[in-house]
Design a protein around this ligand. Structure first.
Ligand code: 13P
Length: 261
């Protein structure tokens, strides 16, 4: 079985101004131990207005934390008021960009086609997309979870090439919508089943060898108390954490999931 680098990412959503964001990262770095960064990617995704401040902090304090953005436009520039382009993010040393988060799919009617264009733009500019997929409560109850996720993957990855050499650079986050911000977490077995299904679909798109190298995160009410059982699943390679990443102590416990308890 391929060795995949776990990726633990905090998505702060529309929380924390830039001064609070600086404090949060400083405290997170204080709580993390050297071993937490070893063979594992640690990522924070603050709002756009905090990216420059966090970039400067990471640089000046030489923190092994990587910067992520929560969204981007698919065009390099243009008359798109309020939008932020991939080259702008690249200049801020952004390593990861979320694409297709369910909140944007739901609130802004972001389609797979739009998400696909964003994923392509993120790749074109040498950054790593974290492509979010996941079913709603209604879809799960109707037995359509798998079908929805497979269709989101096919649509959002259309024309996106992934090879052995860059398989770790395209990350999938399986985030069931009903588990986001609700305190309801998929059971480790259910999360595993869906993440395994994601990998099966990746194998049909890119071949088994590439799929075995690609990272699949779980997201949806991940907490210090459930992260270990989720990370113990063979097809879960990381967590995309919302609410719990707003506390430096809690997020450090999640990132430090491999420490002896
Ligand atoms: P919560 O961890 O708050 O459920 O959020 C998950 C999420 O949407 C991360 O992108």
């Amino acid at each position: 079985m391929a060795e995949r680098t776990p990726i633990m990412a905090g998505n702060w959503k529309m929380h924390r101004d830039h001064l609070e964001a600086i404090q949060l990262v400083q405290k997170l770095a204080y709580h993390l131990e050297e071993q937490d960064y070893e063979g594992q990617d640690v990522v924070v995704c603050p709002s756009f207005v905090s990216l420059r401040s966090i970039q400067t902090l990471i640089q000046s304090d030489r923190l092994p934390i990587q910067l992520g953005a929560q969204n981007c436009h698919s065009e390099d520039e243009g008359a798109f008021t309020g939008e932020v382009s991939p080259p702008m993010l690249k200049r801020l040393d952004v390593a990861y960009v979320l694409a297709g988060h369910s909140e944007l799919r739901a609130l802004l009617d972001e389609t797979d086609e739009i998400v696909n264009a964003k994923v392509a733009a993120i790749r074109r500019h040498g950054m790593r997309p974290i492509l979010c997929v996941g079913e709603t409560k209604e879809e799960r109850e109707a037995g359509q979870a798998l079908e929805v996720v497979v269709s989101q993957l096919r649509g959002s990855l259309a024309g996106i090439e992934v090879t052995d050499d860059d398989a770790e650079e395209v990350v999938i986050a399986y985030e069931p919508v009903w588990a986001i911000g609700t305190g309801l977490t998929a059971t480790p077995e259910d999360a595993q089943e869906m993440c395994a299904a994601v990998r099966t679909e990746l194998a049909s798109l890119y071949g088994q060898a590439v799929a075995d190298l690609m990272r699949v995160q779980y997201g949806g009410s991940v907490k210090a108390g459930n992260v270990r059982s989720l990370m113990a699943q063979p097809d879960i390679d990381g967590a995309l954490v919302g609410g719990a990443s707003l506390s430096s102590e809690d997020f450090a416990l999640i990132v430090g999931h491999r420490r002896a308890s």
